[in-house]
Design a protein around this ligand. Structure first.
Ligand code: DX5
Ligand code: ZN
Length: 231
């Protein structure tokens, strides 16, 4: 049975970095369930964002879980630093870690939820021997590195394929692994993304282009309304 707990993860990549703390407070008060924190190292992806010190500095601005999406290589040392900085969920790209099982253990043994991230062209094969150590799968619906890109239509089939794998696993184990989708999610496509089998929705530009706390709330409310329609 699919995990029907829907969560909106606001990606602060599109926030005003000069006011990052207040932006995170505002989007949390506007109804974001998770704060999605895109960590880019200008090595694994062609862009550079923020590190664990920034995560630690903004941690007091929200009570919501901080969902750290590591687009870095190597992974382990930074994963640990983000855990110490107050992260609650850590996802990483398996091809960026030399020892994926070890990285997953490292994250979960530190009390965080762990997930694997799949780029648009990355097959789901990595799930074959990892489901017992993951809490969520993050499917990229754009190539990682930048906000504001268009949702790739091929993602819908991939969400369905992933859902089938995770449902089969849940049948056997009664462990329900979430599917998070990241990139180009808007009010116009969120219901279709949910219908394909996702239950966590990352949105950056769609939320932050609203430019005010009231605007963020309107966008997040419109997401929930669209999600309600498919329940
Ligand atoms: C891209 C990031 C995304 C990005 C999504 O590499 O992982 O989280 O912020 O931004 P939007 O919602 O604007 O596509
Ligand atoms: Zn992301």
């Amino acid at each position: 049975m699919p995990n029907k707990t829907y969560r909106i993860a606001a990606s602060v990549l599109s926030a005003d970095f000069a006011r990052l703390g207040p932006e995170i407070r505002d989007v949390s008060e506007a109804g974001a369930d998770w704060i999605h924190f895109d960590v880019m190292d200008n090595h694994y992806v062609p862009n550079l964002t923020f590190g664990p010190m920034v995560c630690e500095a903004v941690r007091p601005y929200t009570n919501q879980p901080i969902d750290v999406h590591l687009m870095v290589e190597p992974v382990d040392e930074l994963a640990l630093k983000f855990i110490h900085a107050g992260a609650n969920i850590i996802t990483f790209h398996p091809e960026a870690s030399k020892h994926v099982d070890r990285t997953l253990s490292l994250i979960r043994d530190s009390g965080c939820h762990a997930g694997l991230v799949f780029n648009p062209a990355t097959p789901l094969d990595w799930l074959t021997y990892t489901c017992n150590k993951i809490d969520l799968v993050l499917l990229m619906s754009v190539n990682p590195g930048f906000g504001g890109q268009h949702f790739l239509q091929s993602t819908f089939q991939k969400i369905r394929d992933c859902r089938a794998i995770l449902d089969a696993y849940a049948e056997k184990t009664d462990r329900h692994i979430s599917i998070e989708v990241d990139g180009g999610v808007k009010a116009a496509n969120i219901a279709e993304v949910a219908a394909a089998g996702a239950n966590i929705f990352v949105a950056g530009s769609a939320i932050f282009e609203a430019k005010s706390k009231e605007g963020y709330k309107q966008v997040i409310d419109s997401f929930r309304e669209r999600l309600g329609r498919i329940a």
